[in-house]
Ligand binder design. Structure first.
Ligand SMILES: *Cc1c(COP(=O)(O)O)cnc(C)c1O
Length: 806
């Protein structure tokens, strides 16, 4: 039933009385937020139950997206939007003297992920539901999300993220769906009467996995899917084994914290147990539902279930499915293997060697003995079957167990029917370089699925001024079909539309300027170029290259104060993994350079450097609508796709990029004239690797600009970085600049000079911005998940798309 403003107000007051025995005027924002949350939940609970029943009754094939990270951010406004009641709610609350934005601020940012990988999983959850596709997420309910970042004296300090402290309104604990997961101990195989091998477990630990479900509400389509996150508990029958507080704590630690490392594997025992815990719980619950609700023979599983392995962290899906099919369902190995490969698919997210997940045999055997036995068998059979058709070397290089280690990417490829990369360039690198051996063996398994973003969140919700201009200019169909953003191309020479877009951007820049003033005390003007680099801090992403350019501008201005360059505000947002020393050194240097520049009277506010603390989804939502320039400057070949590049483009920022990841496809979408490309290509980078011809020292000796900039790190120009500056200097000169910053420096500076010129011509700039918005539709994750659904998962949308609006 439709909800109008008057009903809404009545219901809100009534719920407030029921929940808190309170009247509106006495309630705090916290109480109002929770009350509004219960109201929103009530709006989707019927659809949630109905969606689930529909999938079961129609025996719809479903996909389960396994990911060790999800990064949804805040969900209030997204749920309101998708239920079709965002505007009504805002107005109704305003009538009551309540600001929706204030209530939305109360919600904790759900940060159960590090960065791009987890955010992608959450964009997919939104899009799967919004495309009416039968799909669910499966992950871990960490008690503590990604750490909170503070700067103290310019250094990063990490604080715990107690996101559950005041409860989580969106989750539903489902005690009745708990399952047990066995880890540790020993497993022996004995022969049963009918000659089959049966595993006997000894001294294993039993963990109780309790699911917490969160509704994934589709956009105005009455579809509500489920994100299921698992939490560990002590099973009742094991209570007496956990007498000591320490023993209990050790077990409960399993789902306590998210590993705060991005693109780096630590190989720690608890991480491997985490991986098995959510994989085993998830697969057990899938099989249980299949048997109870679908009631088809287990041999037909792949017709009803698809499981996606998001990066290698859930790679144990392969042996765990084998365990259940062979040990518990009594299938033959061959039958079980056939089913497993058909059910599983895998996405590769990186080619960085240090991020490729491996576990020592010793650790795997000790932690997960039955898993290890099954992996050994998979590996042995793989070698046997492949050595008949392929050269020995090739088989050895691709096997799962080699050099005393279990290779999780190999397990994922061998145990699934599809391996995809996340941008065209990345998928080609997989096929022809990084995973070329596997491509020879399984050419049909490789495919590309370029990443995408949930454009509802990243435009409609976060950038209302722009959404409003779009509605006025091209109508509202772009909200259902992001391809219709293209209609904006008809207005690229329409001065009125260009002015409106500029005005919307100005409003967003003012909002960010206010936030900057509030949080840092620094005033920035909206007439400056807002130049944004927001992403995890990592050497390959080259925030340091950005800093080198800033230092060059600073030195230019000191020398020539009369220069007529545009004003710039350089904005950074980035967390460094707590154990990533070099990344933390870069943070310190940026902060000290910012201090120097922001307070130098000679600079006279021509450049400002703002490093905002605690980059997360909520902060991204504030920065992105205000950006003029999107810095996507990773060394070519290193960034698999990137997604902040897409978010910024959609919001009218002009991209300054290397030809890396999805930047290549952004260039194809907007054309060379509406993007600033610089730097080595992926081919040139690989050529340097081959001929070893790179000398950073030579560039330093021959290029006076580079020399002056680098010297600033060691001659006291930037204060308070005696050790850090030396470390930066040495990494570039002594250790020969692993990511070719100095090689790309000149061409980066030239691209920045072009941007400076272009920004001076307002119409020219605004047209570029328009063309970026107009061509961003192809990066909608709706499109991405539809391609996964058709090519990989083989699932179909719920047929009735007729919306009965909330
Ligand atoms: C989109 C997003 C990312 C990914 O950014 P990249 O620049 O693609 O690495 C990381 N963190 C957050 C909070 C995001 O919203």
């Amino acid at each position: 039933m439709a909800l109008d403003k008057e009903m809404f107000k009545k219901e809100l007051k009534q719920r407030l009385r029921e929940n808190y025995a309170m009247e509106l005027e006495d309630a705090t924002e916290q109480e109002l937020f929770y009350t509004l949350g219960t109201l929103v939940k009530a709006r989707y609970s019927d659809a949630w139950g109905d969606t689930w029943k529909y999938y079961v009754n129609k025996k719809k094939k479903q996909v389960y997206y396994f990911s060790i990270e999800f990064l949804p951010g805040k969900m209030l406004k997204s749920n309101l939007l998708n239920l079709g009641i965002l505007d009504m709610t805002r107005e109704a609350l305003a009538d009551l003297g309540i600001d929706l934005e204030k209530l939305a601020e109360v919600e904790k940012d759900m940060a159960l992920g590090n960065g791009g990988l987890g955010r992608l999983a959450s964009c997919f959850m939104d899009s799967i539901a919004s495309c009416a596709l039968p799909g669910n997420g499966n992950g871990i309910r960490y008690d503590y999300g990604l750490f909170k970042q503070r700067f103290v004296d310019g250094y990063q300090v990490e604080l715990p993220d107690e996101w559950l402290q005041s409860g989580n309104i969106w989750e539903v604990r489902r005690e009745s769906k708990a399952v047990n997961v066995r880890v540790g101990g020993h497993v022996y195989l004995t022969k049963t009467n009918n000659g089959k091998l049966k595993p006997i477990y000894e001294n294993e630990r039993v963990l109780r996995a309790v699911p917490y479900d969160t509704a994934m509400v589709g956009y105005e389509n009455n579809v509500v899917n489920t994100l299921r996150l698992w939490s560990v508990e002590i099973p009742d029958f094991e209570e007496d084994k956990y007498q000591s507080i320490q023993g209990r704590r050790e077990l409960e630690d399993l789902t306590a914290v998210l590993y705060p490392d991005d693109s780096n594997e630590h190989g720690r025992l608890i991480r491997l147990t985490q991986e098995y815990f959510f994989v085993s719980a998830g697969i057990q619950s899938i099989i249980r539902r299949y048997k109870k609700r679908i009631q088809k023979p287990i041999q037909k599983l792949s017709e009803y279930v698809s499981i996606h392995i998001n990066d290698t962290h859930p790679a144990l899906c392969v042996p765990e499915m084998m365990r259940i099919l062979v040990d518990e369902e009594d299938l033959s190995w061959e039958q079980a293997w056939d089913i497993t490969v058909k059910v599983m698919s895998y996405t590769n997210h990186t080619i960085m060697a240090e991020a490729l997940e491996k576990w020592t045999i010793e650790l795997m055997r000790r932690t997960l003995p039955r898993m290890y036995q099954i992996i050994e068998e998979i590996d042995a059979r793989y070698v046997r079957s492949m050595q008949e058709i392929h050269p020995h070397d090739l088989v050895e290089r691709t096997r799962i167990i080699r050099d005393g280690q279990v290779h999780m990417a190999h397990l994922s490829i061998i145990g699934s029917h599809s391996t995809n990369g996340v941008a065209k360039l990345h998928s080609d690198l997989l096929k022809f370089v990084v995973l070329h051996d596997f491509y020879i063996i399984y050419p049909d398994r490789f495919n590309n699925k370029t990443n995408g973003i949930a454009q509802r969140r990243w435009l409609q919700i976060v950038n209302e001024p722009l959404a409003h201009v779009l509605d006025e200019t091209i109508g509202k169909t772009w909200k259902q079909d992001s391809g219709d953003l293209k209609l904006l191309m008809n207005y690229q020479s329409d001065q009125v539309v260009l002015d409106r877009l500029a005005k919307a951007k100005k409003i967003n820049k003012q909002a960010l300027a206010d936030y900057i003033a509030e949080t840092t005390g620094i005033e920035v003007g909206t007439d400056a170029i807002f130049d944004v680099q927001i992403k995890r801090l990592h050497a390959y992403k080259r925030q340091l290259l950005n800093l080198l350019h800033i230092m060059k501008l600073y030195q230019d201005l000191k020398e020539n104060p009369g220069s007529n360059m545009q004003k710039r505000v350089f904005i950074f947002g980035a967390k460094a993994a707590p154990s990533y020393h070099y990344a933390k050194v870069i943070i310190k240097c940026i902060n000290e350079a910012a201090n120097l520049i922001n307070n130098d009277p000679d600079i006279n506010d021509r450049i400002k450097v703002i490093f905002l603390e605690n980059y997360n989804v909520t902060l991204a939502e504030k920065i992105i609508p205000a950006a003029d320039v999107s810095e996507q400057i990773s060394l070519a070949s290193k960034e698999a796709s990137g997604t902040s590049n897409m978010k910024l483009m959609l919001n009218g920022a002009v991209t300054l990029a290397t030809l890396d990841g999805a930047n290549v496809e952004i260039r194809d979408a907007v054309g060379d004239d509406n993007i600033y490309i610089f730097g080595l290509t992926e081919k040139e980078v690989y050529e340097y690797y081959e001929n070893q011809g790179y000398s950073a020292q030579q560039l330093y000796d021959e290029n006076p600009v580079i020399r002056r900039v680098l010297n600033a790190f060691i001659d006291g120009t930037i204060p308070n970085i005696v050790y850090e500056g030396r470390e930066i200097f040495d990494s570039l000169i002594k250790h020969n600049d692993e990511y070719f910053l100095l090689r790309d420096f000149d061409s980066y500076v030239r691209a920045q000079e072009e941007i400076d010129k272009a920004y001076g011509d307002h119409t020219f700039w605004q047209r570029m911005s328009l063309i970026n918005i107009a061509n961003a539709g192809r990066f909608s994750s709706d499109e991405t998940v539809r391609r996964y659904a058709e090519d990989i998962w083989k699932i179909e949308p719920k047929d009735s798309l007729v919306a009965e609006k909330g």
